[in-house]
Design a binder for this molecule. Structure first.
Ligand code: BTN
Length: 245
């Protein structure tokens, strides 16, 4: 069954993620598909509390899911969101678009979108509610190391925020139903198609440690498989930040 999206649109908010959390705390029955979206976000954040820089003309939104799975499934969900985002982006831009495990979208090696998936425990409920936060640079790149979608399309074909979000919900709906039915295994080939080629030399930063090696594969649970330079053994990575070497 597809999600019924109910969008609350704001002109300015500190963070759509925090606003949706507040809405959930004041109404624990808040329905799946509730969306908070803002034109301007002043205190957005990403994974590990990193600041998500604001810029006008970009897309900032958070939405609520209730997949009835435990919090360990958040990492898979993050990949499903990433695959859905890249499918929309690839409908406009064919070259240089990469899904960097676990949750960044890059164009020509510069970040254009980020995903934050958080599990929120709710009293007397068996499973956490999930809040997905997405930032997509559409008309503005707030950092030198980032880029924006409209830089990569013909000026007369500029992407609008509304159109992009509508398309995203369509792609996500299909992928979310498929994931709930078949699990991440059904998305492995899509992930492999959208990420760095197998055999790429990559590093993973996990807290203060760095592991380097060769990208081998993704497993059925969405973990990265790395042939470790140091041990010459395949290591499964469950979390961390990937960088190209
Ligand atoms: C990351 O790259 O670490 C994830 C960035 C997620 C940013 C989005 S913008 C909309 C939503 N509100 C937030 O405060 N964060 C997410």
């Amino acid at each position: 069954m597809s999600v019924e999206w109910a969008v609350s649109q704001y002109e300015i908010l500190p963070s759509t993620q925090d606003k949706l959390k507040e809405d959930l705390f004041s109404n624990s029955n808040l329905q799946e598909g509730s969306v908070v979206c803002t034109d301007i976000q002043t205190k957005g954040y990403g994974r590990h509390g990193r600041k998500w820089k604001e810029g006008q003309g970009n897309l900032y939104f958070s939405y609520l899911l209730r997949p009835e799975k435990d919090r360990n499934f958040c990492s898979q969900l993050s990949l499903i969101v990433g695959i859905s985002l890249i499918e929309v982006i690839k409908s406009y831009i064919s070259d240089g678009v990469v899904l960097k495990w676990p949750n960044d979208i890059l164009i020509d090696n510069k970040k254009c979108a980020g995903i934050l998936v958080e599990a929120i425990d709710i009293e007397h409920e068996n499973y956490p509610a999930i809040i997905v936060g997405i930032g997509v640079n559409i008309s503005n790149a707030p950092l030198e190391i980032s880029t924006y979608l409209n830089k990569h399309v013909n000026e007369c074909k500029n992407i609008s925020i509304e159109q992009f979000q509508k398309q995203f919900f369509e792609f996500f709906d299909t992928n979310y139903s498929k994931w709930k039915e078949l699990g991440f295994e059904a998305f492995k080939s899509s992930f492999i198609e959208y990420t760095y080629p197998k055999g790429s030399k990559i590093g993973v930063k996990i807290a203060e440690n760095k592991i380097t090696g060769e990208f081998i594969d993704i497993d059925n649970d969405g973990n990265l498989e790395l042939l470790c330079n140091k041990t010459e053994k395949i290591r499964k990575i469950t979390s961390g930040d990937v960088f190209l070497m």
